[in-house]
Design a protein around this ligand. Structure first.
Ligand code: OFO
Length: 169
């Protein structure tokens, strides 16, 4: 059985994962109408879908442990971006924020001596390490590319391979 404090923390995390899915869905829709970045678009759609899965995993965990996962209202995400570089900078910032909130959940689970939730959250801790690493890799590459159009062509060509290789690290 979840304590009220743990349940509240996990429900807050459900909202953050849902919001993350919306944030990346908005990036996907924006990038879909930019010319020539089909793979960047596919990356954002995939990332949005993954965040939805993170949300669902939490919902099932809360409900299976005798709690009640509450489906939250979401804020309007940012719809447009000055450039792809800005979108990826915002993605990195968002992932850092999510890592912080996962760490808070871990702290609360430990304080409440809820070792099952602590164990469950380790998957999210590992996931955040991977996602932050991926976001940093993308930002570093975009920094190197600058305004070079052929560099951007290659970034779009390689993005799905890069993300798959970071995921398998
Ligand atoms: Fe849910 O993994 Fe990123 O945010």
């Amino acid at each position: 059985m979840l304590s009220e404090r743990v349940q509240n923390a996990l429900n807050a995390q459900i909202k953050i994962e849902a919001q993350s899915s919306q944030v990346y869905l908005a990036m996907a829709s924006w990038s879909e109408i930019q010319p020539g970045i089909d793979n960047v678009t596919a990356f954002f759609y995939k990332h949005s879908e993954e965040e939805r899965q993170h949300m669902l995993k939490l919902i099932h965990f809360v409900n299976e442990r005798g709690g009640f996962a509450q489906i939250p209202e979401l804020a309007q995400p940012q719809l447009t971006f000055p450039s792809i570089k800005h979108a990826f900078a915002s993605l990195l910032k968002h992932e850092e924020y999510v890592s912080g909130s996962i760490n808070k959940c871990v702290d609360i689970a430990l304080e409440e001596k809820d070792y099952a939730t602590h164990n469950f959250l380790q998957w999210y801790v590992a996931e955040q390490i991977e996602e932050e690493a991926l976001a940093r890799t993308m930002n570093d590459k975009l920094e190197l590319i600058g305004d070079d159009k052929s560099g951007m062509y290659m970034f779009d060509r390689d993005i799905l391979t890069i993300s798959a290789s970071v995921e398998n690290m």
